[in-house]
Each structure stands twice: as structure tokens, then as C-alpha cells.
Design a protein around this ligand. Structure first.
Ligand code: 9MR
Length: 481
């Protein structure tokens, strides 16, 4: 158990593991809140994030890094976490460039999406000519190596990128040639390598609901969900450029994927000439879908874009905000707070008598974690219902913490359970049980494990859900065994 002495109290914290759980969180957003003046702050009002791709080589450009740090609260490494960057020689991993971006972001309280682990493109030379079980094993080893390095640190990983053809069939590649199950093997490997991170499938041209590729990816996600293949999210790259534009059915696409029990995110947005109507429309579609957890644009200034000749981003080459910036900001500011969780159900059985409810050391306080980061893996401070941090909690020795009603548990990460949070130990261990000690602290059943505060974003608040996605639960102490 880690003791935090700053206030002479023990700190109790949880880690949120489901973006949906937090989408549905009870955000503290006063209805009279003033409009936010940055993209990240504006998105946060509805429990979302706003991100950008970051090129590590540009971080020394102060105009670039100033805008990036000011405006965004999520970043994706544009190239630095791809296979050719992270495993340049077989089984020789190099995280220098990826860590540069991770550390830049983490030190500023900005979260990071990992991009990408298994892709037909940007493979290191040694991998490109591999085939069969040799390649399959190399893919698995790569996922384990990279995810092991970033274990517990990232918000999400694009586990597999761009694996479909435009007609909805699988893209032919050396990875596909190892067997049609290569994608689910990648996801299963990823889940085991880092149970704390959201696992995403990421692709372009899957924004139009009636398009063949969209339908092909949808069927795969549907199949994975039905068979319990671990997958948490779908990234729609949203490159409205090079001839494609915002389809009228974009929101239908987002809500249809979400209905499969996954989060959706817009992961690489850019729009030819930064059309204000398209930028506003894609943003509105996201905020209209509760499980659309955030938007990432693919670069900071037009001059940073992979398609700079199309001026597709929100800042011009001089770092000035473009009209599209304002259109996005206005939509984000117009979004209401994230929906609150489902009402607390009436327990079917009364709680055991006595002090079985976990309450704060001050009378009447219950465990609550309002406000939120919506990002899996975010480590947060546990608050009481009055917004007090660093509370101690009433105890009963040799008891365990569990949910009040029925057989619900205080756990929920993993596939198939879309609306709950995982409590982690300080070592990043999921699925722990917890003892409440005689001094009011909570420790893991396994010796020495404590609840922890993940990341630097202490003060963010999240809702605790049960395994059935019920919010606003009360928790009680039950005897061990
Ligand atoms: O923006 C990236 C560019 O710097 C690289 O040269 C290119 C190489 O494939 O990848 C770009 O990012 C791509 C992303 O990783 C996946 N979706 C399409 C993006 C734009 O090509």
C-alpha cells in the first residue's frame, strides 16, 4: 500500500477502463459553463478528447509545440510507433522516437493513442518478405514487445490498421496470407499484452455507411463481438480529402458501430481545403453519438500535413486559427454534457446490517467519482460525493469491496463488458480483489497491492460502473469467501 503523506491521508484511486463508462459518466459541467477556448477543453465538456497527430521531429519548433500543447489533450505519434520505427531489426526494439512523443505528452497531462501494431505498410525491411508461421510469430512478438514497453501508459492502440479493400473484402498482404485469423490473433495477443489499454481497429473510407468497405469492417467487428474476440473501439480515420467528403450518413455509421458495443473515434481527420461545413458536420456527428469518444486531426498546421498542398487542417502554416477551427470549436461548445449513467436500481436484497456501505470518513459520504476522463487507462483520484479528495473510507477488517446489488462485481474491463471500469493495482494489475483494512485503507487481496492514481491528471473524476453497466451504484463490504 502506498501511503501519500501530503495530507497525512491515504489516497484512494481507481483507473477507468471503458471509454463508454466514462462517456456515460456524471460529468461536472455546470449548465452555465462558459464556452471553452481550446479544442481540448471544449471537447472535455462533453467527456470527449480532441487530439492531433504529432511528428516528433517537429517538437523542437516552438510555434508547433505551443499550439499542440495548448489545443489538444490527446496525441497520436504520426510515424514513431509504427513497426518500422519500433522494431527496425528483428527482436531489436527501439522506442527512442516513440518515447519522445509519449514523454512530451505525458509531462503535459496529454494522453496518447498508440499507432499502429499490425499493418501491411511501414513494416521494417526484415518483415516485408516474411510469410507463414514465421511472419505470424514475428507479428505476435512485435505486439508483445511494443505493448510491453508501453504497458499501462496509453489510452488506446490501433492494433490493426487498414486491413480491408474498398469492396469490403480483406486486403491482400503478407499478414493476410498467414491466415484469415491474423486480425483476431493480433487482438487476442494485444489484450494479453496490456489489459489496461483500449484495443482499436483503424481504417479509412469507412465513414459512409452504405460503402462496401464500411460494411466489411462492420461485419468483422460484429463477428468479433459475437465470438468474444477482444476489441474495444473502431477508429474511423476520416480523411475527407483526395476526393472523398463527409457523407450524409456519417452519424449512422458511428452509431451503428457503437451499437455493436465498441467505442468509436475519428482518428486522422483532415478535409480538403478545411471545409467549415464538413469540419462542423463531422464534429457534430461525433458529439451526437455517446460512444464517439474523441476526434483527432492528422497534424497541427497545414504545413505539417501529409497533404499540405490541400491545406486540410485547422491551423494555417503561420499557426493561425482557420475558419474551420472556429466551426469545430463552436460545435464542441454547443454539445451538452455527456449523458448521465443509468439510474441506480433498487436492490433486490437488502444489504447486511451495520456499516456495510463504504462511505467516506465524514458522515454520509459515498464513493463517487464524478467528472471524467473518457480514456481507458487514465488514472484518477477517487472523490467522495462532495468532491473531497484524499478521503479515508470506513472499514470492516477482512472484508472485500464489492457492489451492493446481487452478484455484481466492481470490475468490468475486457471485451463484452462495455460499460464498466477496471480497478487496477499500483502495478497495473487488473481484476484484483480488495480488502478494506482496519486503518481505513484498501489493499489488494494479494499482498502489497494498492489502489493507484494513474497518470498526471489527478483531479479528473469518473463514474464507477458495475459489470452490468449500472452507474451510481453503492458498494458494500462482504465477507471474504
Ligand atoms: O502521416 C503519415 C506520413 O507521414 C507517412 O509518410 C505515411 C506513411 O505511410 O503515413 C502517414 O500516416 C498514415 C497513417 O499512419 C495511417 N492512415 C493514413 C495516414 C496518411 O497516409
Amino acid at each position: 500500500m502506498r501511503r501519500l503523506t501530503r495530507h497525512g491521508r491515504y489516497r484512494l484511486a481507481v483507473a477507468a477502463a471503458s471509454a463508454l463508462a466514462v462517456v456515460g459518466a456524471a460529468l461536472v459541467v455546470p449548465s452555465l459553463a462558459q464556452a471553452a477556448s481550446t479544442l481540448g477543453a471544449a471537447a472535455t465538456q462533453s467527456g470527449r478528447y480532441f487530439g492531433t497527430a504529432i511528428a516528433g521531429g517537429r517538437l523542437g519548433d516552438s510555434a508547433y509545440s505551443t499550439i499542440a500543447a495548448r489545443e489538444f489533450n490527446m496525441v497520436t505519434a504520426e510515424n514513431e510507433m509504427k513497426p518500422d520505427a519500433t522494431e527496425p531489426q528483428q527482436n531489436v526494439f527501439n522506442f527512442t522516437a516513440g518515447d519522445q512523443i509519449y514523454n512530451w505528452a505525458n509531462s503535459r497531462g496529454i494522453k496518447v493513442r498508440g499507432h499502429t501494431l499490425a499493418w501491411h505498410s511501414q513494416q521494417p525491411g526484415w518483415m516485408q518478405n516474411m510469410s507463414g508461421s514465421t511472419l505470424r510469430n514475428a507479428m505476435i512478438n512485435h505486439i508483445n514487445g511494443v505493448m510491453g514497453h508501453y504497458r499501462g501508459k496509453l489510452a488506446a492502440w490501433d492494433v490493426v490498421n487498414e486491413a480491408f479493400n474498398e469492396d469490403g473484402s480483406r486486403r491482400q498482404s503478407n499478414l493476410q496470407a498467414t491466415g484469415n485469423d491474423w486480425i483476431e490473433v493480433a487482438f487476442r495477443t494485444a489484450r494479453a499484452a496490456d489489459p489496461s489499454v483500449k484495443l482499436c481497429y483503424n481504417d479509412y473510407n469507412i465513414e459512409n455507411w452504405s460503402y462496401g468497405k464500411t460494411q466489411g469492417v462492420y461485419r468483422m467487428i460484429q463477428d468479433f463481438r459475437s465470438r468474444g474476440v477482444p476489441i474495444d473501439c473502431v477508429g474511423l480515420q476520416t480523411h475527407f480529402t483526395g476526393g472523398s467528403s463527409l457523407p450524409g450518413n456519417f452519424q449512422t455509421t458511428l452509431s451503428s458501430f457503437a451499437a455493436l458495443g465498441v467505442d468509436v473515434a475519428l482518428t486522422e481527420v483532415d478535409v480538403t481545403n478545411a471545409s467549415t461545413t464538413q469540419y462542423a458536420g463531422l464534429t457534430q456527428a461525433c458529439v451526437n453519438v455517446p460512444r464517439c469518444i474523441g476526434i483527432t486531426v492528422w497534424g497541427v498546421r497545414d504545413s505539417d500535413s501529409w497533404r499540405s498542398n490541400e491545406s486540410p487542417l485547422l491551423f494555417d502554416g503561420g499557426g493561425n486559427k482557420k475558419a474551420a477551427y472556429t466551426s469545430v470549436l463552436n460545435v464542441l461548445n454547443g454539445a451538452g454534457p455527456a449523458p448521465t449513467g443509468t439510474p441506480t436500481p433498487t436492490p433486490t436484497t437488502p444489504p447486511p446490517g451495520g456499516a456495510n456501505r463504504i462511505v467516506g470518513s465524514q458522515s454520509g459520504r459515498c464513493i463517487d467519482v464524478p467528472n471524467s476522463s473518457r480514456t481507458n487507462g487514465t488514472r484518477v483520484q477517487l472523490y467522495d460525493c462532495h468532491g473531497q479528495t484524499n478521503q479515508q473510507w470506513t472499514w470492516t477488517a477482512n472484508r472485500q469491496l464489492t457492489v451492493y446489488a446481487g452478484s455484481m462485481c466492481l470490475d468490468a474491463a475486457g471485451s463484452g463488458n462495455s460499460a464498466a471500469v477496471q480497478i487496477y493495482s499500483c502495478n497495473g494489475q487488473a481484476n484484483q480483489q480488495w480488502n478494506v483494512n482496519s486503518n481505513g485503507t484498501i489493499t489488494g487481496v494479494q499482498s502489497g497491492r494498492c489502489l493507484d492514481v494513474w497518470g498526471t491528471a489527478n483531479g479528473q473524476q469518473v463514474q464507477i460502473y458495475d459489470c452490468n453497466g449500472q452507474a451510481n451504484q453503492q458498494f458494500r463490504l462482504v465477507p471474504v469467501g
